[in-house]
Design a protein. Structure first.
Lengths: 228, 392
């Protein structure tokens, strides 16, 4: 199976005033295509930083990050933005939907970065909303939807451009148990039936059980025994 | 790029109702600046139009040498005929030169709006008045008669000062004067004047000389010959100017002052409005930082984000500028006002809010919007995605 994500010797340091803090230490990781990985660990362990590097939202201080067959460390901001549009679908803890747009228009947003026609964009967004079971809510604004429904719209937005990788940062952190289970089941279905590779950061052990694999992080490194 | 920019801009604009309070700071601020600027410039334009458009190229005004204005000039009686006999002066069919030695004096009249006494020019002119100044048209009543204390009042003066109605009695210099006519004069400075028979004014005000001589020339090209004949005549010490140039010069200072006030006050207000716009757009960017970061995470470039902030700022500025220009036009265009002008007397003029002034106001508004949007737009572009995604 092809590796979608390969990290070699990745370190990330932040400078705060005169102090430099290393939050990731020489980290190696591979994630094969079709995997569903849950990244777990205590707060401050570096899991969101790692997720941001995989998703191309941030750049490593050292090491090599290769995702979807392309080396992305060192890409310029604009090139990285284009790369994200092609390869990554993001799902955030607080959904991050545009409040003034309908569910349909929110889902269509990533397609504005493609050469698709308006009619094609509309059709693809409708299909994505059908997949997440919200075709009948297409015209609703985010404020007219429940938390679970909003997160499903966000999942539809992440899916619609058919990205190589879905990157989820605490996708159920703001949801009750029942709704969280529905959202996680949906992610599981996307992984199992649609072959989507998913990397998910979570604090919740129950959420992690939906993944194929769990990776634990502590103090900026992956805890041995979990790394393939 | 265009698709992205339009989409992000549309999103920003749709969110304006949610930020109505802060957005209205830009609109109201810029509306105020544009309204003030356009109004004061309209005043300058109206004044300039009234005074600078007075006079003709084929009329010459003769003053005592070194006199800046008619009021401080004196031309002796015996010089008047010498001046009118000079070459270049147009003659009537009977061979009489067309021109008048005129007496200019100031009388006090109460203003209609506040009853305060103001200086008004009383011009003593000759029987050739309407041949010399064909633009003077009586719209009410009749022309004054010689040797009786009758006067005609300019339509501008009649709107501003008490007593200037047909049959109205005015009292100055121990005598009563009757208003027998109201005249227009193509909206020029003479519409602020009162006019009466020159000999009657001279006797009432105990004058022997004249303030000026105005002569109608055979053609504008004959001005030089006329001027040369007078300035080389050793019996005369006079300045000769084309009438149009004289009035243009008279308006220069006040126009300059009004322009200065417009740009100085407008400039200070514009700086204030710019900071208002800056503040509004900073808070708009700050309120939307998570949305902006999300769009950037999805792959939207920073240029569409920058352009969308500019578009929002410019659109709000345009709304403000349009409101300001419309208010200036609505409340001030055509309003008659008076100010101390030539001869230390009141000049009545109309505020003229021209399309050019309104357009200038709109450009200023857009410029304020552009500057106000600049730094917030750059901040939006430089927003660290990772940090902004976590913003609450």
């Amino acid at each position: 199976m092809n590796d979608i994500v390969t990290l070699q010797g990745v370190a990330k340091r932040y400078t705060r005033g005169k102090e430099t803090v290393e939050v990731l230490h020489s980290l190696d990781l591979t994630i094969p295509q079709g995997d569903f990985v849950a990244l777990m660990g205590p707060s401050g362990s570096g899991k969101t930083t790692l997720l941001n590097l995989i998703g191309g939202l941030d750049q490593p201080s050292d090491g090599e990050v290769r995702v979807a067959g392309e080396r992305i460390d060192g890409l310029s901001g604009a090139a990285l933005a284009r790369w994200r549009a092609r390869h990554v679908g993001f799902i955030f803890q607080f959904y991050n939907l545009m409040p003034t747009l309908s569910a349909q228009a929110n889902v269509e947003l990533p397609l504005l970065l493609t050469p698709l026609s308006k009619a094609q964009r509309r059709q693809n967004a409708q299909i994505a909303l059908q997949i997440v079971g919200l075709a009948d809510r297409a015209k609703h604004k985010p404020s007219e939807l429940s938390g679970g429904q909003q997160q499903r719209v966000a999942i539809a937005r992440a899916l619609v451009a058919d990205p190589t990788l879905l990157v989820c940062d605490e996708p159920t952190g703001d949801l009750d148990r029942k709704t969280a289970d529905e959202v996680l089941s949906l992610l599981q279905t996307l992984n199992r039936e649609h072959g989507k590779t998913i990397v998910m950061v979570t604090h919740d052990p129950k959420a992690a059980e939906y993944a194929q694999r769990q990776l634990h992080m502590d103090k900026g490194t992956l805890v041995p025994g979990n790394v393939p | 790029m265009l698709k992205q920019t339009l989409a992000v801009t549309a999103m920003n604009l749709k969110a304006i109702p949610q930020r109505l309070g802060t957005s209205s700071v830009i609109v109201i601020g810029i509306a105020g600046v544009v309204a003030v600027l356009v109004s004061v410039l309209a005043m300058a334009a109206g004044f300039h139009q009234t005074v600078a458009n007075s006079g003709r190229d084929d009329r010459a005004l003769v003053l005592r040498g070194g006199s800046q204005a008619e009021i401080n000039s004196v031309i002796p009686r015996d010089s008047v005929q010498t001046i009118l006999d000079a070459p270049g002066v147009r003659k009537t069919a009977q061979g009489k030169p067309i021109g008048c030695g005129e007496v200019v004096t100031i009388v006090n009249l109460p203003r209609i709006k506040d009853d305060n006494d103001s200086n008004v020019t009383l011009r003593g002119s000759c029987e050739q008045l309407q041949t010399l100044r064909p633009e003077i048209r009586l719209v009410q009543g009749r022309m004054f008669k010689p040797a009786v204390r009758e006067l005609i009042a300019g339509a501008g003066a009649a709107q501003q000062f008490k007593g200037l109605t047909l049959g109205g009695q005015l009292h100055f210099r121990d005598s009563d004067w009757t208003v027998v006519g109201i005249f227009t004069s193509n909206g020029d400075a003479h519409e602020s004047d009162l006019m009466a028979d020159v000999d009657t004014v001279q006797s009432a005000f105990r004058r022997t000389g004249f303030q000026s001589v105005t002569a109608l020339l055979e053609s504008p090209a004959r001005f030089d010959a006329f001027k040369d004949a007078l300035t080389t005549n050793p019996t005369l010490t006079v300045d000769v100017r084309r009438e149009r140039e004289y009035y243009a010069d008279q308006s220069k200072q006040l126009t300059k002052l009004l322009n200065f006030v417009a740009y100085f006050v407008g400039g200070i207000m514009a700086i204030g409005a710019m900071f208002g716009a800056l503040n509004t757009m900073y808070s708009a960017v700050s309120a939307r930082s998570r949305e902006i970061a999300t769009l950037r995470a999805l792959g939207f470039g920073s240029t569409p984000v920058v352009l969308s902030v500019f578009a929002e700022s410019l659109l709000l500025a345009l709304a403000g500028a349009a409101i300001g220009a419309a208010l200036a036009w609505l409340f001030f265009n055509g309003n008659a006002v008076s100010t101390l002008g030539r001869n230390f007397s009141q000049v009545v003029f109309r505020l003229t809010v021209t399309p050019e002034l309104m357009l200038a106001g709109v450009w200023l508004g857009l410029f304020i919007g552009l500057l106000g949007g600049l730094f917030p737009a750059l901040r939006a572009a430089r927003l660290p995605i990772v940090d902004a995604l976590r913003a609450s």
